[in-house]
Write a protein that binds this ligand. Structure first.
Ligand code: S3P
Length: 430
């Protein structure tokens, strides 16, 4: 149950970055030597990656919820698992593992929950097959469960039709064990954590003048410690809440501000929110800062193009902010939302309407007209999608009565403790 709040003040932190936590475990496993990970996100998605890597014969010591030691086995040290690998709700686990396993000399079957089994895997299995991977699965390998009989891979120069870090990463990871150098180019830049972290692990990743990202074959990954910064996609819920609650003044410490992820800061600022970056620094090849946000009058904006991959996971909560901004907000070029944990164009619109928001579904996005006073009493369905659960909780903070969020557990996918954190603000502020 979410109660309305007056404003958010004080200081807080958010859990570790999901994308970076997955990669730290996977690359640590493929490296020579021990990788110590601090600031790890103990969310369900990243724990799925830990479990899969353990089944592949990697020893991972969990010293605390956020601190892990991964005992690397090297690029050729993984073992055939005795059972099916289960990625749970995690697209990153599924797609990056497909890239890693395509060139391993054994057989695996990989599946996940109902959402994963609906999500498109052809975008990864097709380029991997072009490299020589032997993959089968439902709909001719476009849907999980998928099986891979690892084989010798040849190099691929791939022009991806989608701006997807998961597709890019899968091809680059398969490229590590291919014969010859592989390269990927995407229509718009997606998050570049794979490139940055492979570099930190000693792989000579480059970007060519014509935009291909390349990896040399047969590189050795050398273990290195990874300190995971706070996840800007989790911080986004707090930034949004503070932005729409006038009088808020909140500092979120130690948040990753990789430029491929900061579209939410650009969008909120353009709407009129005041966001300052403090203590900017670099940690493990990733830029980090403390974010200070203050609630202000907001206005509607139009976004699209190359901003979209830079805030793709933040669109549900941005739509909530748009209900509190004067005028029309239009989000275009975001058809990728349809293939996330839920169809986020449809689910965001359906759930926001329960608050009385004025939302129109577009083929490639959403049009929201504000400012609307949101109604209390909404009973929110989350579709087992963590970001829908949290975005609608933020809407609940500005509603004029209590909001019920059904199947709340999905927030554990990326933000364990989110409910307690929101409740602590309520106590401070109402
Ligand atoms: C992710 C990439 C994005 C993002 C997802 C995490 C990653 O997906 O939506 O939450 O860690 O690489 P796509 O690559 O499919 O856009």
């Amino acid at each position: 149950m979410i109660q309305p709040a007056r404003h958010l003040t004080g200081e807080t932190t958010v859990p570790g970055d999901k994308s970076i936590s997955h990669r730290a475990v996977m690359f640590g496993a493929l490296a020579e030597g021990q990788t110590r990970i601090t600031g790890f996100l103990p969310g369900a998605d990243c724990l799925s990656t830990v479990q899969c890597m353990r089944q592949l014969g990697v020893t991972i010591d969990q010293l605390s919820p956020t601190e892990l030691i991964v005992h690397g086995v090297g690029l050729h040290g993984l073992k055939e698992p005795e059972d099916v690998l289960d990625a749970g709700n995690s697209g990153t686990t599924t797609r990056l593992l497909l890239g890693i396993l395509a060139g391993q000399p054994f057989h695996i079957t990989l599946t996940g929950d109902a959402s994963i089994r609906r999500r498109p895997m052809g975008r990864v299995t097709e380029p991997l097959r072009e490299m020589g991977a032997v993959i089968d699965g439902r709909e001719n390998g476009r849907l999980a469960p998928l099986s891979i009989r690892g084989s010798r891979l040849s190099a691929l120069r791939y022009d991806s039709p989608v701006a997807s870090a998961q597709v890019k990463s899968a091809v680059l990871l398969a490229g590590l064990s291919a014969e010859g150098g592989s390269a990927v180019r995407e229509p718009k830049p997606s998050r570049d954590h794979t490139e940055r972290m492979l570099l930190a692990f000693g792989v000579d990743v480059r970007t060519t003048d014509d935009g291909y990202i390349t990896v040399p074959p047969g590189s050795t990954l050398r273990a290195t410690d990874v300190d995971v910064p706070g996840d800007i996609s989790s911080a986004a819920f707090l930034l949004a809440a503070a932005a729409i609650l006038p009088g808020s003044d909140l500092i979120i410490r130690n948040v990753g501000i990789n430029p491929t992820r900061t579209g939410i800061l650009d969008a909120l600022r353009e709407m009129g929110a005041e966001i300052d970056l403090q203590n900017e620094r670099t940690s493990g090849g990733e830029p980090v800062a403390d974010l200070r946000v203050r609630g202000r009058e907001l206005r509607g904006i139009t976004i699209g193009g190359s901003l979209i991959p830079r805030l793709i996971d933040e669109i549900p909560v941005l739509a909530v902010v748009a209900t509190q901004a004067a005028g029309v907000t239009e989000i275009r070029d975001a058809e990728e939302l349809k293939v996330k944990e839920s169809n986020r164009i449809a689910t965001t619109a359906a759930e926001l309407r329960k608050f009385g928001a004025v939302v129109e579904e577009l083929l490639d996005g959403l049009r929201i007209t504000g400012r609307t006073r949101l109604r209390g009493g909404a009973e929110i369905e989350t579709y087992h999608d963590h970001r829908i659960a949290m975005a609608m909780s933020v809407a609940g903070l500005v509603a004029d009565g209590a909001t019920t969020i059904c199947d709340w557990e999905s927030v554990d996918v990326s933000f364990p403790g989110f409910g307690d954190l929101l409740a602590s603000f309520d106590k401070q502020t109402t």
